[in-house]
Design a protein around this ligand. Structure first.
Ligand code: FAD
Length: 510
């Protein structure tokens, strides 16, 4: 099939879900051309809107959105979400901070001072919906010049030393790289031959909007029962978990089926008059055996799937995109150090594996067995302690995430604190152009001279701050991760080596 000239792009992304769109924005910000191929004709579906599209965004995600100036846009879309969440569990006193298998931990018991790598102050996670997040990302992507082809389903690809040819929607497109952001059943992953391994489901989960004959018979809220779990919000929003070994997943649930499962898990003689919407999901926990093969990379659900209980999958995928975007762009521009792209998998695969285990542990607590109930009672006691609440908040909010960058400094490998700087700016704002940062809290000319050699990739910021967490110099990667930090007088050679490690050779020598 002939390839039209206009079809060449640095990166072709399959899938315009949240991860594909966010990755496209990251790549464009870093100056490479991007084509996104999406199988669906239209972005909107009822499952992306409230109540089923509700998604909790963890602290690293909120920080990433702030670092790309997307938070205000998202909040503008969120008025309805706030109403819903405000009317729901966040209104409880004491204020819940989240949950583990439905066991809540409370904000007033969390001791955030133990997170010595974070600045003091409120820790923010927010709720949004899939429709809003995709709309905000799509608008930003289009503003940046990303091409999005909807109704164009990825079918196959061929790879050569220099490029990939992608067949999609009956056309062929050529690019340097192909990234599969096409969800849990990823056609890109399958076509690449990358393995997908993990644990099989124990249950089928259902999200359904129904009309009930006797809604008063069901108690609102979340309930664990001898047969599974259900949540109910009047008049007819239901989520439920039926421990059937995942047997019903991907089948089309009928009204009769939903009624039967609801009766089973709730133990209530409930009558479903009409079924308006229904979707199924499972606790299948699988991860790609590699995140890259040749010119093909995977991000988001195409690289990992797990139970949505605990709400981590979107956050995990957006973390992949933030990590991959600048590294792939630097590789395409030719200024990346040789192994930079490999660090995408070495940093993100362990984080993915931890999240899969976190979801498996919750399933173990939810099983309708006496032993799981007994274990749940112990976890409930632990969560009620200050140590327990702080531990669960650190895991659920994602504040403890750290990449092993081989440096023992407390901050290295972690998300950069949003330092308030003496010129009125903040770290997150300074990262919005997608470049790295050298923060020099003592404003030394020698450091500026070093940094200026990477002026196209690193911005030097010589300012003071009232609270620097004991650091004097901090090198921040474009994804907001601290690459190197030092207290006291830094060795200029060390700074130079750190800059070469993450940003490649300086301008003069490339
Ligand atoms: C009920 C439920 C609740 C959840 N709650 C949360 C939560 O609170 N917090 C959280 O972090 N996560 C949550 N998740 C998980 C989260 O929704 C997913 O992890 C996230 O949507 C993954 O994004 P993605 O872009 O990787 O994949 P997807 O959202 O699946 O997007 C993939 C895109 O690729 C497209 N596509 C598929 N095949 C092709 C093809 N062949 N060619 C081109 N395009 C293709 C699809 O149409 C789609 O647009 C929840 C999930 C469910 C089911």
């Amino acid at each position: 099939m002939p390839i039209p000239d206009t079809a060449f792009h640095d990166v072709i992304i399959a899938g315009a879900g949240p991860v594909g769109l966010f990755l496209a924005c990251e790549l464009r910000l870093a100056g490479v051309s991007v084509l996104v191929l999406e199988q669906a004709e239209h972005p909107d579906t009822p499952l992306k809107a409230l109540p089923f599209g509700l998604r909790g965004l963890s602290v690293p995600t909120v920080e990433s959105l702030d670092r790309r100036d997307l938070l205000d846009d998202l909040k503008a879309h969120m008025a309805r979400v706030e109403t819903l969440v405000t009317a729901h569990w966040m209104q409880q006193k004491p204020s819940p901070g989240g949950h583990f298998a439905g066991i809540q931990f409370f904000r007033d018991q969390i001791d955030a001072a133990r997170w010595a790598y974070r600045l003091p102050g409120p820790v923010g996670s927010i709720a949004t919906d899939m429709a809003s997040i995709e709309a905000v990302f799509a608008r930003r992507a289009e503003t940046l010049g990303v091409k999005i082809r909807r109704g164009c389903s990825f079918e196959s690809f061929e790879e050569s030393d220099a490029s990939v040819i992608v067949h999609a929607g009956g056309e062929a497109f050529e690019g340097h790289w192909l990234v599969g952001c096409d969800g849990g059943r990823s056609a890109v992953r399958k076509a690449s031959g990358i393995g997908f391994t993990g644990t099989d489901p124990e249950f089928t989960g259902y999200s359904a909007q129904v009309v009930l004959a006797n809604p008063d018979a069901l108690k609102p809220g979340r309930h664990y029962t001898p047969a599974g779990m259900y949540t109910f919000a009047a008049p007819g929003t239901i989520a439920m978990v039926n421990f059937d070994g995942g047997a019903f997943h991907r089948a089309e649930p009928s009204r009769d089926h939903i009624e039967a499962v609801l009766r089973k898990v709730s133990g209530v003689d409930i009558s479903v008059i009409a079924l308006e919407i229904a979707a199924t999901w499972t606790d299948r926990a699988y991860q790609a055996t590699a995140y890259r093969r040749g010119r093909v990379l995977l991000a988001g659900d195409s690289a990992h799937v797990h139970s949505p209980l605990g709400g981590q999958g979107l956050n995990l995928g957006l973390g992949d995109a933030m990590n991959l975007g600048w590294k792939l762009a630097a590789t395409i521009r030719g200024d990346a150090p040789g192994d930079l792209l490999d660090t995408y998998a070495s940093e993100r695969q362990p984080i993915g594996a931890q999240i899969l285990d976190w979801s498996r542990a919750q399933v173990a607590l939810m099983r309708p067995s006496a032993s799981s109930r007994a274990l749940g009672a112990i976890i409930r006691d632990l969560v009620a302690t200050g140590d327990g609440a702080t531990y669960f908040a650190e895991r659920v909010w994602g504040v403890g995430i750290r990449y092993d960058l081989g440096d023992r400094h407390l901050l290295v490998g972690r998300s950069a604190p949003d330092f308030e700087l003496s010129d009125g700016s903040r770290t997150n704002e300074l990262l919005r152009n997608g470049r790295g940062l050298l923060l020099d809290f003592r404003g030394r000319a020698s450091l500026q001279a070093i940094s200026d050699r990477w002026a196209d990739r690193i911005a030097y910021v010589g300012v003071t701050t009232d609270e620097s967490l004991g650091t004097d110099t901090v090198l921040v990667r474009p994804d907001g991760v601290i690459a190197w930090a030092c207290e006291g007088q830094p060795s200029l050679d060390e700074i130079e080596q750190a800059a070469i490690r993450w940003f490649g050779q300086p301008e003069s020598s490339t």
